[in-house]
Design a protein around this ligand. Structure first.
Ligand code: SAM
Ligand code: SF4
Length: 325
């Protein structure tokens, strides 16, 4: 079992397989010009998997593949299959922008993937285009349909932004309700890579929009998840809210993150990270285990997103497209 320096059990590993992306969401990536980490710096699937086996042997039973856009990485289904074949019972999920799902969903399902989180910030083509800086909506909606058709579990992530998509909270919720899928609204997290003019909606403001139409009841957190669940009285629909500006979920935080270059990150906010790249390139399992132990020992008690002032330069330097959110 993996226990961190504050006594928390860590059983959840998020693995970013690439920082590259086919979108340029304003809240996540800078505009071009943009230089990617050279491909030779990325760990191979075999190298990532070598570390993941150590983590799974020590008690990790939940893995999420993310990015950048994970579906850009060639043969991702073979990586999913490696994980699934090693531990068929593992809770194996993936976060994607959905654009490439029409052609990949079936292969992912066949490889052993169970669940997908798909980002959907708008149902209006021009607003989706404004946020992603690319005309994406039609293809993303096809991707969601395809994922449902092949039998993958689907959840939707939406980041409400003031003056951009804040009038679509109820529409996205209705879209999800009609398809029997859960939506989770994510508070915008300030970071240095995002468009400086963006203003996110706070959890309270998101709930206020929903209360304009519905009566809602707080249900509580789902285990160690950062998502706080609510139920709508009128139709029993359940949705989630992820509000990292509060940090009441830090006390039950159960996760660490691995980047495509091999950095092991104990907390999304903090810049600290240690590399397992050298260890796995040499096949040195012992050293990889030692890095894992050190990262767990140093895992911070709580995030600091509540301290951010979007007008100050001192916002998080952590890039979501590197860590996978
Ligand atoms: N490309 C995939 C996608 O968009 O779903 C996976 C990676 S993306 C970094 C993972 C999640 O992080 C997405 O749901 C995205 O909306 C969210 N995200 C990115 N930047 C964010 C920010 N500044 N604040 C809140 N959520 C953010
Ligand atoms: Fe790409 Fe996802 Fe970041 Fe959007 S949120 S730019 S889709 S990594």
């Amino acid at each position: 079992m993996l226990i961190d320096g504050h006594g928390r059990t860590v059983n959840y590993l998020r693995v970013s397989v690439t920082e590259r992306c086919n979108f340029r969401c304003q809240y996540c990536m800078p505009e071009k010009p943009f230089s990617w980490v050279p491909k030779e710096n990325l760990l191979s699937f075999e190298e990532l998997f070598m570390f993941m086996k150590v983590a799974m042997d020590e008690g990790v039973n939940k893995i999420r593949i993310t990015g950048g856009e994970p579906l850009l990485r060639e043969d991702l289904d073979s990586f999913i299959k490696m994980i699934h074949d090693y531990k068929p019972d593992i809770d194996l999920a993936l976060t994607t922008n959905g654009y490439l799902l029409p052609q990949t969903a079936q292969k992912l399902k066949d490889a052993g993937l169970k669940r997908l989180n798909i980002s959907l910030d708008s149902l209006k083509p021009e607003i989706a285009q404004k946020i992603a800086q690319k005309d994406v909506l039609e293809q993303v909606l096809k991707g969601i349909d395809k994922a449902l058709e092949v039998g993958l579990g689907v959840k939707i992530n939406m980041v409400p932004l003031k003056g951009i998509n804040d009038d679509e909270i109820l529409d996205v919720m209705e879209y999800c309700k009609e398809r029997g899928i859960k939506v989770r609204f994510i508070e915008y997290m300030e970071n240095r890579h995002a468009n400086i003019d963006l203003r996110g909606m706070h959890g309270k403001e998101i709930l206020a929009k929903i209360k304009e139409r519905y009566t809602i009841h707080a249900l509580g957190r789902e285990g160690a998840s950062p998502s706080f669940n609510y139920r709508i009285e009128e139709n029993s629909y359940e949705f989630g809210l992820i509000d990292p500006h509060k940090h009441d979920f830090c006390e039950s935080c159960n996760r660490i993150r691995l980047t495509a270059e091999g950095f092991l990150i104990p907390c999304l906010y903090f810049d600290e990270a240690m590399s397992i790249a050298d260890a796995v390139k040499k096949g040195d399992i012992e050293s990889a285990s030692q890095v894992l132990a050190q990262v767990l020992k140093d895992k911070p008690k709580e995030n600091r997103w509540n301290e951010f002032d979007p007008n100050e330069a001192d916002v998080s330097s952590r890039a979501f497209y590197e860590t996978g959110g």
